[in-house]
Design a protein around this ligand. Structure first.
Ligand SMILES: Cc1cc2nc3c(=O)[nH]c(=O)nc-3n(C[C@H](O)[C@H](O)[C@H](O)COP(=O)(O)O)c2cc1C
Length: 528
């Protein structure tokens, strides 16, 4: 099974490209197809999908951006580019191997092989509706494993196409596995990842390896998938990171290192899209992933400069951009930037991005999008019911309720809604325990999850909140942001005028107000 990839990888690069001819040539702006083969057309369509949806993307986040949360975000915005959680390439390669072995056939491909797809779909499944523009993120540093993981995505996509063709005959819902691109994780600083050989952010120290890995992923997808790279602006290689040391280092050197990394990785013209978290990754053991998302300073200037110097590349800025207003500001301030990627801000308050298509693209999504959060939950309930009919609720219920738990962030009684959702999330496991303790007892029928979700919302949230439209919510958000900004400025002025000592009472109130708005910001930081 590994022979195809090994054979291919053993070939000189020029020959490998004869087998898998590269269909694109960079122009000063954009790409064009140079062959009319089917793979080339598919690749072109997917590249177009990336290009036309790149202004805002949902960052890959382990235990957050699963297919349920992605489904929620897609309900809110038909255009946002969705990233999956990172999936380890070796896990997919391993399951693929198991599937082929268990089928007891001589097939070298999963297509037309009899096997249980559920093990692989744990990693790759997209739910029962087309997901739109979405990117699968892989983690790994082994060329064969990345090849096989990409090949598995390709094969599942072929199986999906076949099922879609037969759908009218047997009414079977296809297994969706239709990603617009595959992304390589070169930004994760977790010691678990960075410590194991060269993996995650540690790959930034080996740009040529990254070039070979991405080439292998491209070949594994049989030339049908754009390959993109998510990285940092650098790492702490060669020195001990602390604030003083870091600030005394040359920013120009830091930029040149980033530039070198990007140039080497892009030199095959396979990778043309980079999502750059504008902090260095500190790989030392004393820094947790959460520290690594907060402590190293953000340096947007490097990402902006890269976007300006390489207009032929598609560059997205990531890190610390938490609101739709801030996304728009970043795109307006740097016209060369192709997109902004948002992680924690999206997870903490998905509804605050419901107007993304209107604000960023000028698209009127009001007809294709639920009119308010009650309608969002109605639509989400359909997804949740389908999932529970298909998979074991004891395993998936918590993930489904988690995805919608911050839909009412900042609203009165949002916490009560979350607590009730949490209670409902525990029901399948509780029933399972009771069944084990007393197998003969008759258990009452349970309402479908869609009903429970609606109940959690309608029990605790006001009609005004439930029926508020995205437009009204956006206006309210702008007003809140303006007020917060005003308070910040007033506090700054009062303190600078020395009034803090003269009029301690009024200053205290303002400072307290400012502090509570800061607390709110901290609450939004969901980093694990
Ligand atoms: C809980 C959590 C899990 C994450 N998991 C991943 C991951 O699987 N892959 C990845 O490339 N980045 C991961 N990240 C990093 C985010 O993609 C993003 O780069 C980082 O949070 C900075 O963006 P933000 O300030 O908008 O949150 C994770 C971040 C968080 C908070």
């Amino acid at each position: 099974m590994i022979s195809l990839s090994s054979t291919l990888l053993a070939l000189p690069r020029s020959l490998a490209f004869t087998l898998y001819p590269f269909r694109y040539k960079s122009t000063s702006y954009g790409l064009f197809s140079t062959t009319d083969n089917n793979e080339g057309m598919i690749l072109q369509q997917r590249t177009d999908m990336l290009r036309t949806n790149s202004k805002l993307s949902l960052a890959p986040m382990m235990e957050y951006t699963d297919r349920h949360f992605r489904h929620l975000v897609r309900l809110l915005s038909p255009k946002t580019l969705l990233y999956t959680e990172m999936v380890a390439a070796n896990a997919i390669a391993h399951e693929r191997d198991n599937a082929l072995t268990s089928s007891e056939s001589d097939n070298k491909s999963l297509v037309d092989t009899n096997f249980d797809p559920s093990y692989i779909l744990r990693f790759l499944g997209q739910g029962h509706n087309p997901e739109g523009a979405s990117v699968l993120q892989l983690g790994g540093s082994d060329r064969d494993q990345l090849y096989l993981a990409a090949q598995t995505v390709y094969e599942f996509n072929q199986m999906q196409q076949k099922q879609l063709q037969q759908q009218n005959d047997n009414k079977q819902t296809p297994i969706y596995c239709d990603y617009s691109a595959i992304n390589l994780n070169c930004g994760c600083p977790s010691p678990k990842v960075a410590g194991k050989g060269c993996f995650g952010a540690a790959l930034m120290q080996e740009p040529d390896l990254v070039r070979r890995l991405t080439s292998s992923m491209y070949n594994g997808s049989q030339g049908t998938m754009p390959i993109t790279v998510k990285c940092r602006i650098g790492t702490d290689e060669g020195y001990t990171f602390n604030q003083k040391e870091y600030l005394s280092r040359s920013e120009e050197d830091e930029y040149q290192n980033l530039k070198r990394f990007v140039e080497v990785v892009a030199s095959d013209s396979i990778v043309t899209d980079f999502q750059i978290h504008a902090r260095i990754a500190v790989l030392g053991k004393n820094y947790s992933p959460a520290d690594n998302r907060k402590v190293p300073p953000l340096r947007y200037n490097h990402v902006r400069r890269l976007a300006e110097e390489y207009p032929e590349l598609n560059i997205s800025l990531n890190g610390g951009v938490d609101t739709l207003t801030a996304v728009k500001r970043e795109l307006d301030e740097c016209g060369s930037l192709d997109g902004v990627m948002v992680g924690r801000g999206y997870a903490a308050n998905p509804w605050s991005f419901a107007m993304a298509d209107e604000i960023l693209y000028g698209n009127d999504s009001s007809t294709s999008r639920p009119k308010n959060r009650l309608e969002v939950l109605e639509a989400y309930g359909k997804h949740a019911d389908y999932e529970e009919e298909t998979y074991d609720p004891t395993r998936i219920r918590r993930f489904m309720t988690k995805a919608i738990s911050h839909l009412f962030a900042g609203e009165p009684n949002a916490k009560r809604y979350r607590i009730l959702l949490d209670e409902y999330a525990g029901i399948p496991k509780k029933l399972e325990r009771e069944r084990k303790q007393n197998p003969n007892a008759i258990q009452a029928d349970q309402p479908p999850i869609s009903e429970l979700i609606m109940n959690a919302a309608t029990t605790h949230l006001s009609e005004e909140v439930l029926y508020r439209s995205p437009e009204e919510s956006y206006e309210k958000m702008l007003w809140d942001e303006e007020q917060a900004e005003r308070k910040k400025n007033v506090v700054g002025t009062v303190i600078m005028n020395g009034a803090a000592q003269d009029d301690s009472n009024s200053t205290k109130t303002l400072v307290q107000e400012w502090q509570s708005s800061r607390k709110e910001e901290t609450r939004l930081d969901i980093s694990a």
